[in-house]
Design a binder for this molecule. Structure first.
Ligand SMILES: [Cu+2]
Length: 246
């Protein structure tokens, strides 16, 4: 795929198993003031995550951030409840689930069973995100779009999207690397590329990545690795989705 193409149209799907089409939207008039705003509001901790389908901690923050002590959460959204009880800062810092200086060796840096917390980055802060259980799922089709939000216009060396293999059960299993199938790899994304997002906390750019995950039904995990390009800083995210039943 051409990295230079300004066209927002989706290119035809290649026959390669890695089927991805990164939709690029350059909004020249909007990106520059947005970049300045980001720089001058001191958002030193602005990073990002997968916002659609929502990552575990972004979703818990989005659904419950303004009502996180509501006991109804324990029955309505029990995995978020246990995450909030374990460490609320995992939600307040939904955009900060990253590791640094991984040198591209994600497998070496993150043990099996700890993918959702990026190998318990930050100590125990994100550990509850590794817990298997009935996480809230976002319904998707087998062809769907993953939206990653880049708050500080870091850009990317690449964003990779994986989906668990059919047969994996997020309600009882913690994902291991061998449970994942790589389904999209964007290559380089220049800083600021993407589209502005609505929402007070989504003040950077959103990057859409088309993914095709044939053969899946029911609850799965979408795993995202975003290798930011300003520094060796890598963001990881587990998002729970439900594919149509066959
Ligand atoms: Cu950052």
């Amino acid at each position: 795929m051409s990295a230079q193409s300004p066209s927002p149209a989706r290119p035809p799907r290649p026959s390669s198993p890695v089927r991805t089409a990164l939709r690029r939207t350059l909004v020249i008039g909007a990106v520059v003031p947005l970049a300045l705003t980001t720089l001058f509001t001191g958002s030193a901790f602005a990073h990002g995550s997968t916002v659609d389908p929502a990552s575990r901690n972004y979703g818990c923050w989005e659904r419950w951030g303004d009502d996180f002590q509501n006991p109804d959460m324990a029955t309505e959204d029990p995995m978020c409840w246990q995450a909030w009880q374990a460490d609320s800062t995992a939600m307040w810092n939904w955009n900060g689930l990253y590791r640094e200086n991984v040198g591209g060796d994600h497998r070496g840096a993150i043990p099996d069973g700890q993918l959702c917390s990026a190998g318990r980055t930050g100590g125990d802060r994100y550990a509850a995100l590794d817990e298997p259980g009935p996480w809230h799922t976002t319904p998707v089709q087998n062809d769907f779009t993953v939206t990653v939000h880049d708050q500080a216009l870091h850009g990317a060396d690449y964003i990779r999207v994986f989906v668990t293999e059919q047969g994996f059960d997020p309600t009882t299993q913690r994902p291991a690397w061998d449970d994942l199938e790589l389904l999209a790899d964007t290559g380089t994304i220049p800083p600021g590329e993407g589209s502005p997002s609505d929402g007070e906390s989504l003040n950077g750019v959103s990057i859409d990545i088309d993914v095709s995950a044939p053969g899946r039904t029911g609850h799965h995990i979408v795993y995202m690795i975003w290798q930011a390009s300003h520094y060796d800083q890598v963001f990881y995210a587990c998002s729970d989705v439900s594919f149509p039943q066959a």
